[in-house]
Design a protein around this ligand. Structure first.
Ligand SMILES: Cc1cc2nc3c(=O)[nH]c(=O)nc-3n(C[C@H](O)[C@H](O)[C@H](O)COP(=O)(O)OP(=O)(O)OC[C@H]3O[C@@H](n4cnc5c(N)ncnc54)[C@H](O)[C@@H]3O)c2cc1C
Length: 505
């Protein structure tokens, strides 16, 4: 029998006495005093830039791109990518150490919200590049981080965009590759076999955002397909490598502007110097490769799910703004809709949804600042050192040191060996909380906007139906919202509850 009695007195006592950890419940309170003040001004400037970009580029083009892509699914929005590159959006949050502009990473969420309020597809055309950046950074291979991110900086100077994508999803493995306890049950088929001087890769990746538009691709594959959790390997692939080609683009219901690409590997040789991390390097770390694998995933998703949360808030805001505009210009029953109480209640609900969603991605970013991927960059001495160090000194004096193995060793000590499990679980849990809360809110506001607008909401030229179509995809990528709920349970609830098991065999 499984009931109260069956739990036994000790376990039920432990459950009742369990109090939330202070660092889980008040991560923003703990983070705020430690963060550099200059982050506020930087963030404000980044939001202003995004608003100008929206007015000049995104809004005038959003519906046209959606239509173009609907009519020609193979169309690639190079014009937009080149424009975003000219505006500096692809180097905005790349640290100055690697040739970027060095705006703090949490500022990116506010930028993505702004862009997403006008067009989530275009917001993804910018945002998913930073998913590639986050994946590259999660290996803490400083030499490769320097090489790849400097290519993006160079691409800004030359006007040839150099974007980075993340390729992890396969035809037989989606949500499960984002959780180490599930990957062993997934049907992974993308394999990297060790050969002299490198690896030979075979397999396919699908649904890779920006795939066709990116030059670099962070490829997650496995040495042993029967034991993927212990043999994960991350490679940096670039266009033009022999054996690497693009397949089809998916035909999707929303975010049409952002391609979801198939990447094909047929005996693709990848030299050793493009290995971000592999089991041989993992052996030098304190934890097992399986645990390191989970740490890498947690660093990536804790940061990227806050970004997807920001997309959710953006699309929720876009829908709210359409509904507000409609209510302010439409007469119903002899008076403006906005003066009907029911409409005011609906608009208040939508406004609340936006505000609550924003709080979740802010909290997730505080967790990343304090305990996750950004903790070194946003440590005051490092932050100001990178901000005010003259560029020529950074490029000529500091940069060569990044190629030293000792620098990668130090960063891996900080981020892997010296990192507490509860710390990376805290940021991962908050990332999931933001992801499913804010994206559910995005869909909810899309529905409310259409409910309020009647037939006008269904018209392509109003934009409201596009927000609803765009929002649905957010509930699926970066792990479905169901999986994110399970991850929250695992990271913030279950770990302290005796007997609780998540992702069990
Ligand atoms: C527009 C778009 C862009 C994308 N971009 C990228 C990208 O850039 N790079 C990349 O690598 N991938 C990308 N993806 C893939 C994306 O991350 C996966 O689609 C996502 O993780 C969900 O996986 P899946 O589609 O295979 O669904 P599945 O994992 O097959 O899920 C199907 C259903 O089963 C449920 N489920 C799955 N596992 C469990 C479990 N253990 N317990 C309970 N329920 C479970 C899910 O919640 C869902 O309801 C993208 C996807 C989309 C739609």
């Amino acid at each position: 029998m499984k009931g109260d009695g069956a739990m036994g007195p000790n376990r039920s006592k432990a459950l009742l006495e369990r109090e939330p950890r202070f660092d889980d419940m008040a991560v923003s309170l703990l983070a705020m005093p430690r963060l550099p003040k200059a982050m506020v001004k930087e963030t404000k400037q980044a939001v202003e830039l995004a608003r100008r970009f929206n007015d000049t580029v995104v809004r005038p083009y959003a519906l046209e791109l959606d239509r173009k892509k609907h009519e020609d699914p193979d169309f690639l929005p190079w014009e937009f990518v080149e424009e975003a590159n000219r505006w500096g959006l692809y180097t905005l949050c790349i640290p100055t150490l690697f040739g970027g502009q060095g705006v703090n990473f949490p500022a990116l969420s506010y930028v993505l919200e702004e862009l997403g309020s006008a067009c989530t597809g275009m917001s993804n055309l910018v945002g998913v590049h930073y998913l590639g950046v986050a994946t590259l950074c999660a290996s803490w291979n400083m030499r490769l981080m320097n090489k790849v991110m400097r290519d993006t900086a160079e691409g800004e100077k030359t006007g040839e965009p150099c974007l980075i994508s993340l390729a992890i999803t396969e035809p037989g493995a989606g949500t499960d590759v984002e959780e180490v306890d599930l990957v062993s049950k997934a049907q992974v088929a993308c394999q990297a076999k060790k050969v002299k001087g490198g690896y030979v890769v075979n397999g396919r990746k699908i649904f890779i955002s920006n795939g066709h538009l990116s030059y670099w691709h962070m490829l997650v594959c496995y040495e042993d397909l029967k034991n993927p959790q212990d043999t994960v390997i991350m490679l940096a692939i670039h266009n033009g490598m022999k054996g690497f080609s693009f397949g089809r683009q998916e035909r999707k219901m929303g975010q049409k502007g952002c391609p979801a690409s198939e990447l094909i590997f047929e005996d693709c040789f990848v030299p050793d110097d493009l290995v971000c991390i592999n089991p041989a390097q993992g052996k030098k770390l304190k934890r097992s490769m399986k645990e390191t694998h989970m740490q890498v995933i947690d660093y990536i998703v804790a940061a990227s799910r806050a970004g997807v949360g920001a997309f959710g808030v953006g699309v929720a805001r876009g829908a709210y703004e359409e509904a507000l505009r409609f209510a302010g210009e439409t007469e119903v029953d002899g008076k403006l809709l906005i003066n009907h109480e029911w409409a005011q209640c609906m608009l208040a609900e939508m406004y609340k949804n936006v505000a609550v969603g924003r709080l979740t991605y802010e909290e997730a970013n505080y967790a990343n600042d304090l305990l996750g991927m950004f903790k070194v960059l946003e440590w005051k001495p490092i932050f100001y050192y990178l901000k005010y160090m003259p560029k020529p000194i950074m490029d000529k004096v500091i940069q060569p040191f990044l190629n030293l193995g000792a620098v990668t060793w130090l960063f891996r000590k900080i981020y892997f060996d010296w990192q507490k499990e509860t710390d990376y679980q805290c940021s991962s849990g908050w990332g999931s909380l933001s992801k499913f809360t804010a994206t559910d809110i995005g869909v909810k506001n899309g529905q409310l906007a259409l409910e309020m607008m009647g037939r006008a909401g269904l018209r392509h030229d109003r934009g409201a139906e596009k927000h609803l179509r765009d929002s649905k995809l957010l509930q699926i990528y970066e792990g479905t919202n169901q999986l994110n709920r399970l991850n929250l349970f695992k990271c913030l609830i279950g770990r302290d509850v005796p007997g609780a098991r998540v992702f069990e065999e």
